[in-house]
Design a protein around this ligand. Structure first.
Ligand SMILES: Cc1cc2nc3c(=O)[nH]c(=O)nc-3n(C[C@H](O)[C@H](O)[C@H](O)COP(=O)(O)OP(=O)(O)OC[C@H]3O[C@@H](n4cnc5c(N)ncnc54)[C@H](O)[C@@H]3O)c2cc1C
Length: 589
């Protein structure tokens, strides 16, 4: 018999809906939770849904918050981080700058087989007492006012719930009803498919390239999510536990019209043109489960409301697949919803908490959209993209992951607001970093920069590696705050070093244009002045000793170009304050 009234009705039993239902029952054993899902088991393994690669935050959610670590390690593939190959996509793979982990990352993440995972999650939910209505459609959601229960009209009848959660993925039932969608600056599309065999990165490089193969110390390169980067696009290769490989093309509309890869034969032709080595490896293979998503990115105005509703997973927003953040946003939305629902069921829910969590989530998504859009000119350059990865991962581990891992989202409204202030400071710094990187990419004179080299992500030992390992620390609120403060100061140095790398790489003729394009301003307060600038003019050995640690780490990882002009001069030109810049401005006037 179907229950007519539940504490929580979850509309949609995909990854977000199932994990939320599981979490709710785990954290609130008294709560009645109903999931309405239109599909029935068995879901096809290997060829189910897109979204197989997870990174630290999402993995922490599945493994630690939900307690599924043993299951994930036994039934899915432990992942060897993210691996990127930039450079000449039409040339030999061994010649392309490679950026990725040198060894298996200590903080775990997984390659998820989505069909298998969702089959298993349905069973786990049932074991925990979730009511799972499979093969039933949600037709309408009517929100109750003034504490009245919400009504969910389904193919099985009308259900009442104190809370209603939209987990219908891109159907976005509530978001459409309430007009919550906000446009994303990211105009990209994707096509993906699976092949019924392992397609290994190592197979794309001849065995004779011994040094390249020897870099794969543990033989684990294939367990990475591989990204083949080119102008305005990237291609993913994800191994799955069922022996399949997921392959996807992601491209921005500016460089690659959707119509050039939106059919299996066109996608193969597109690969032959842009990634010929991979295309040759795929020749003659059947492309199973070919799927498309045009203009996939969207943001939202609201993820959760004190009026007892929430949108989780893709029903809220989806930014971009580049760093596999889909499960991260899903985990964050689920935790914020589970926290508010739990508080409400205990009679302790505060509207201020809901608002602060909502703002945190919406802003994290906006910040990610800033990070993940406008990179078309950055992707092919190993040096620029390498610098971007240094900053993006430092930023990700320092704020977004720390906020989640240290469970700041369980704190009171005042603490959540305080951390929103910190988030705004990270956001501002991120905007500056992305502006410099975009300008650098746009002004780079060569088609693809970066020498044939390996860049550790993170490289050991380094500030970035410390940052990654610090995810394992257990900090209280004040400890987390103090760490974020100190990380922000290091982050400012890191962004200043990116500016220094860009200026040296582009040289004196382009410095002023870099400054103009990036909107560089002394008010950014980047610590590229005083001792740091003086250190740059010292003889080599003394210079190295005087540089901040992050500068040394980045030069070791990314290399250093010497344009023969002091950094102080390049910076003055970029800021429009140098003698030559002044003369230029006068001449223009
Ligand atoms: C190109 C691309 C690549 C991606 N790659 C990654 C990646 O590598 N890693 C990652 O973490 N994320 C990735 N994502 C995001 C990933 O797809 C999402 O994180 C995840 O699938 C979202 O899960 P969900 O439960 O919100 O939505 P879904 O998995 O779509 O689940 C929604 C569920 O709702 C059900 N439903 C819909 N309407 C109704 C209805 N009316 N009644 C009943 N049931 C209904 C559906 O049947 C479905 O089961 C990618 C996304 C894209 C577009």
């Amino acid at each position: 018999m179907m229950r007519e009234q539940s504490d929580v009705i979850v509309c949609g039993g995909g990854l977000a809906g199932l994990t939320l239902a599981y979490q709710l029952r785990k954290e609130n054993p008294e709560a009645s939770v109903t999931v309405v899902e239109r599909t029935t088991r068995p879901l096809p393994e290997a060829c189910h849904k897109v979204g197989e690669s997870s990174v630290e935050l999402g993995s922490h959610y599945f493994g630690e918050v939900l307690g599924l670590k043993d299951y994930l390690q036994a039934e899915h593939l432990k992942k060897n981080g993210l691996r990127f190959l930039c450079g000449d996509s039409r040339g030999p793979v061994a010649e392309r700058p490679e950026i990725g982990p040198a060894e298996f990352p200590i903080v775990p993440s997984y390659q998820l087989d989505r069909g298998k995972l969702e089959n298993d999650l349905r069973a786990f939910c049932e074991e925990l007492g979730v009511e799972l209505l499979e093969g039933e459609h949600v037709r309408a959601i009517r929100l109750g006012k003034d504490g009245a229960p919400h009504e969910v009209e389904t193919s099985a009848g009308t259900l009442k719930g104190r809370w209603v959660v939209d987990a219908s993925g891109r159907r976005r039932m509530l978001s459409k009803q309430l007009g919550l969608r906000r446009p994303s600056p990211n105009a990209s599309s994707a096509a993906w498919f699976r092949v019924a065999e392992r397609v290994l990165l190592n197979e794309l490089v001849p065995e004779g390239e011994r040094l390249w193969h020897q870099r794969d110390i543990d033989g684990n390169r294939w367990l990475s999510t591989v990204h083949l980067m080119g102008r305005g696009y990237w291609v993913w290769l994800i191994p799955l536990s069922t022996g399949y490989t997921s392959v996807g093309i992601v491209a921005d509309a500016e460089h690659h019209p959707f119509g050039t890869f939106n059919k299996p034969e066109k996608a193969l032709a597109w690969l032959r043109e842009h990634e010929p080595v991979l295309a040759e490896r795929l020749e003659g293979r059947e492309l199973e489960d070919f799927r498309l998503m045009h203009d996939y990115s969207y943001l939202t105005e609201r993820m959760i409301s004190a009026d007892r509703w929430a949108c989780v997973g893709e029903a809220a927003a989806f930014v971009d697949p580049l760093y596999s953040l889909g499960s991260d946003f899903l985990g964050m939305s689920n935790c914020y919803a589970a926290r508010c629902i739990g508080d409400d069921l205990r009679g302790t829910l505060e509207a201020d908490v809901v608002e602060a969590l909502n703002e945190t989530w919406v802003r994290v998504a906006e910040d990610a959209a800033r990070t993940l859009s406008g990179n078309g000119e950055v992707f092919p350059h190993g040096d620029i993209f390498g610098a971007k990865l240094w900053w993006d991962f430092f930023n990700y581990w320092s704020f977004m992951c720390a906020h989640f891992f240290q469970e700041i989202w369980r704190e009171d409204a005042a603490t959540l607001r305080r951390f929103l202030g910190m988030q705004a400071r990270y956001y501002a710094l991120n905007s500056h970093a992305q502006a410099i990187l975009e300008a650098w990419g746009a002004l780079k004179p060569t088609p693809f920069g970066g020498r044939k080299r390996f860049i550790g992500l993170p490289s050991f030992p380094s500030t970035l590696a410390d940052q990654h390992l610090s995810l394992q620390e257990d900090l209280d609120v004040e400890g987390t705050w103090a760490k974020m403060e100190s990380d922000l100061a290091i982050g400012q140095q890191l962004v200043a070093e990116i500016l220094a790398h860009a200026l040296r790489d582009l040289g004196p003729e382009t410095a002023a244009e870099l400054g103009r394009r990036a909107g560089l301003d002394a008010s950014w307060g980047l610590p590229l002045a005083g001792e740091r600038i003086d250190a740059d003019a010292l003889p080599r050995r003394q210079r190295i000793e005087k540089l901040p640690r992050i500068a040394r780490d980045m030069e070791r990882a990314l290399g250093r170009v010497d344009p023969g002009v002091p950094l102080s001069e390049l910076l003055a030109r970029a800021l429009g304050t140098g003698a030559e810049a002044g003369a230029e401005a006068e001449a223009r006037a």
